[in-house]
Ligand binder design. Structure first.
Ligand code: AMP
Length: 470
């Protein structure tokens, strides 16, 4: 199928050709004709599938006729985070290069006055995060009774972040007769129920089964212990051809620890998380996009939906607690047909459970690997390692065929000689102390270890991953 078959104007066919898009993606093929017909949509599409163009392109054609009045936007796109909203605005700008449409971006962390000035001129497309939009509304700077098209993007994220009451309030300020496009990464029963509050007689558009991971991303799971996580990460970073990578942490405080640690070890890394000021976030993102800083250590909130061209790697420095976050995180790489690699570093007892949740959600095990001298070795295929059914994961993934895949490798008793061989590799498994004695160091409930900025190697700290001491 070609873009010209979807009913878009010639101008937009030229725009997409200029951007190098050869053919529409499945979500674009399905959504664009429906949007052009004026129908509502309940759509499930992950980021990276071309979802943004699936609603912005037809919106541009719909809005091409007509003019905006001061403070009365003609369409509204709601996104959960500043970054996502900014990204939609960026896409809108590049798609509307042949049109004279005006746009305003209302996000927190930047001055109200510029946003005000844009609103007072009249905007065809208003792109906003819910909180900032309501701030402007309450100050009387924007009226929503002329909005003809509402897009709710990343609705599942809105739900997670507690934004739904704001979205409901905004929706109540809009005319009832409007077109609503509701997109979510997944269309679970809860999300469909939520979506039905906003849409009327919608077309359901689903392009991928819920929470599938792209085939273009090679996934790897590495088990280690809490103290060795940073070393494991550095080992992989040194030996993989990492062009640029996002490293996800679960907690903001761990982000700064990891940035410091990596910097001390000679890597160039910067942080991106929700507590940074908007200008610091945009600056960090720009430097990362420009390739000045190849490693971005990020939280889920900051990095969800980020579109970084040609990202080679994603690292889960922490196993995400919500399985869907795994899909979003690794979806930053392997985009637009390119291949990418994702590594998940698991270490704590709880990680057994969380890996189990993820494997249940994605419907397959994450291939287990060992890192030996920085090389990635397929652990499932290696002779000295077998997988065990882990009881906690079993409980977690109840009812799943993948029960127990949240697993750690166990060393077979007969493989003592292989163990010695592993020790000799001076890899992350390196130790000179008896495993039994060291086991105490590997309590799963221990607090995060301080940054290993001392320059000590793991051989010097002398501990051993939990699975080797079993
Ligand atoms: P999105 O899912 O909207 O975040 O888009 C992901 C990436 O795919 C962006 O870099 C888009 O520029 C790109 N993209 C969107 N549609 C197409 C297309 N039809 N062909 C090639 N790339 C596309």
């Amino acid at each position: 199928m070609k873009f010209s078959d979807l009913g878009l104007s010639d101008e937009l066919s030229c725009v997409v050709a200029d951007l190098g898009y050869k053919s529409p993606t499945p979500i674009q093929e399905k959504s664009i004709p429906i949007v052009l017909m004026g129908r509502d949509i309940l759509g499930s599409a992950q980021t990276g599938t071309g979802k943004t163009a699936s609603f912005t392109l037809p919106m541009i054609d719909i809005l091409a006729s007509g003019r905006a009045k001061a403070r009365l936007p003609r369409s509204l796109i709601l996104a959960p985070t500043r970054e996502l909203a900014a990204q939609v605005a960026e896409s809108f700008e590049s798609f509307s290069s042949y049109h004279k449409l005006s746009m305003a971006l209302l996000i927190g962390g930047v001055s109200f006055s510029d946003q005000n000035a844009a609103l007072s001129k009249g905007v065809d497309v208003l792109i906003a995060t819910p909180g900032r939009l309501l701030d402007h509304f309450e100050r009387g700077k924007v009226l929503l009774n002329d909005v003809k098209i509402l897009v709710i993007d990343e609705a599942d994220r809105m739900l997670d972040m507690g934004f739904i009451p704001d979205v409901e309030r905004i929706s109540g300020l809009l005319p009832r007769m409007r077109q609503t496009l509701f997109f979510s990464a997944t269309l679970s029963d809860d999300i469909q129920k939520l979506g039905s509050k906003f849409v009327m007689n919608p077309k359901i558009v689903e392009v991928a089964p819920p929470a599938t991971t792209a085939d273009t991303v090679a996934q790897h799971l590495v088990w280690t212990d809490l103290k060795s996580k940073r070393k494991v990460l550095r080992d992989i970073l040194r030996h993989e051809s990492v062009k640029n990578a996002v490293v996800f942490c679960n907690r903001k405080r761990d982000i700064s620890i990891l940035v410091k640690s990596l910097t001390n070890h000679g890597f160039s890394a910067s942080a991106l998380h929700g507590d940074m000021t908007q200008s610091a976030r945009l600056k960090a993102l720009q430097r990362f996009k420009d390739g000045e800083v190849p490693l971005m250590i990020a939280s889920d909130v900051a990095a969800r939906g980020l579109d970084i061209a040609g990202l080679s790697h994603v690292f889960n420095f922490d196993v995400p607690n919500h399985a869907e976050d795994y899909v979003h995180r690794i979806g930053r790489t392997g985009r637009a047909g390119k291949s990418g690699r994702a590594f998940t570093i698991a270490a704590s007892k709880d990680d057994h459970k969380y890996v189990g949740f993820i494997e249940t959600l994605i419907g397959k095990p994450i291939p287990l690997v060992k890192i030996i001298d920085g090389r990635v070795i397929d652990a499932d295929a290696s002779a000295n390692v077998k997988t065990t059914v882990d009881e906690s994961a079993k409980g977690a993934a109840k009812g799943s065929k993948l029960v127990g895949r949240g697993r750690i490798p166990a060393i077979e008793k007969s493989a003592d000689d292989k163990l010695t061989e592993l020790d000799n590799t001076k890899s992350i498994t390196e130790t000179s102390k008896p495993a039994a004695k060291i086991k105490n160091h590997n309590r799963d409930d221990e607090l995060p270890s301080p940054p290993d900025c001392s320059g000590n190697t793991l051989a010097e700290t002398g501990h051993v991953p939990a699975f080797l001491s079993r």
